[in-house]
Ligand binder design. Structure first.
Ligand code: SF4
Length: 338
């Protein structure tokens, strides 16, 4: 019933009606306020709760361990200090060449056009990223263009998060046009969790924009658990895939959320049914506040071996870790400890 209601609302109204109060979230899910142990409200002040109602509608009522809920509910353990868990685990400050620009890999260039996300994932490696000081203004385009022209090896631009699909179609169209005007750019990749948490974001205007671009567009969604992919979400994504937009999925391995081989296997099948290919399975980036999602490397190896033994190769996402300063993501399969 709740799902039906949210299908009827456009994505802009859903984005302006997010749940930001942990107590309201618990009430909707018929959970007691005691679920928020002392410290959780403070954790929420440090990294605010944000979750769309369409995503909450997929959570199980009265289940404090629901895998979707655990990804968004502030937790008192976020306040703990743990050795090795830092505010900038991927060393992005060093790769921050211009406002909004991260140049980490030779042929790819990451552009952050907004600091806003539709959902705040508690494990996000950018949860401490200083977006407000680091967003490109309109007049920064010329500097970005010069930077690209001075780096002719770059042929792919990645719009990343904050979440680029929180931007209006008009703003996206402007940036697509700018990037498409540079001959060296062949591929535009959009990293977004919005199509999963607010599936109505894939409106016809966006579909038309992406399919008519000169650039080859790849959408990389972020889904960690098959329960996130309900029928409405899958139908919207399949519609986009049928317009010749390649859709890939990246997931993060999270304790208590998707740390079972069967969950990962089901996720791959669910994605494939919706015409989405599994792409990456990331081990957790060691960001301060997310240590309670971390898994031991032995457990990860065991899980991944089970996934490999159960799925055809094309449905197995690559197990990787991003290491600050490395020229590419580091594959982990076959590595005994990491
Ligand atoms: S950038 Fe992605 S992972 Fe991080 S909070 Fe936003 S949607 Fe979640």
């Amino acid at each position: 019933m709740i799902n039906y209601l949210y299908q009827e609302k456009n994505w802009q109204s859903q984005l302006s009606d997010l749940i930001t109060d942990p107590l309201e979230l618990l009430e909707i899910l018929q959970l007691s306020p005691e679920q928020l142990l002392s410290g959780a409200i403070l954790a929420s002040e440090q990294f605010k709760l944000r979750v769309p109602r369409a995503f909450v509608a997929r959570m199980q009522k009265s289940n404090p361990f629901d895998p979707l809920l655990l990804q968004v509910l502030p937790h008192h353990l976020e306040l703990e200090e743990h050795a090795g868990f830092v505010t900038d685990p991927l060393g992005e400050e060093a790769a921050n060449q211009l406002p909004g620009v991260l140049h980490k890999y030779k042929s790819r260039f990451l552009l952050t056009l907004t600091g806003a996300c539709a959902v705040h994932c508690r494990y996000c490696f950018r949860r401490h990223f200083p977006y407000q000081e680091n967003l490109p203004k309109n007049e920064d385009w010329l500097n970005i263009k010069n930077y690209l022209e001075n780096n002719p090896d770059i042929n792919e631009v990645i719009l990343s998060g904050g979440d680029p699909l929180t931007l209006s179609n008009r703003k996206l169209a402007l940036w697509l046009e700018r990037l498409a005007s540079l001959k060296q750019i062949k591929i535009l990749r959009i990293h977004s969790r919005v199509p999963v948490v607010i599936p109505n974001r894939i409106d016809e205007e966006l579909v038309s924009l992406l399919k008519n671009s000169r650039l080859r567009v790849i959408l990389v969604i972020h889904s960690n658990h098959p329960d996130e992919l309900d029928d409405v979400t899958c139908a919207q994504l399949t519609h986009l895939a049928q317009q010749n937009i390649l859709i890939l999925n990246q997931a993060v391995l999270l304790k208590g959320v998707n740390d079972s081989a069967q969950t990962l296997i089901d996720l791959s099948h669910r994605l494939f049914d919706a015409q989405i290919m599994p792409y990456y399975l990331h081990v957790l980036d060691k960001v301060k506040g997310a240590q309670h999602f971390d898994l031991e490397s032995d457990q990860i190896n065991q899980l991944y071996n089970e996934v490999l033994a159960s799925l055809p190769g094309y449905l197995v996402p690559k197990l990787v870790r991003e290491i600050a300063g490395e020229k590419n993501k580091t594959p982990l399969y076959g590595v005994s400890t990491f």
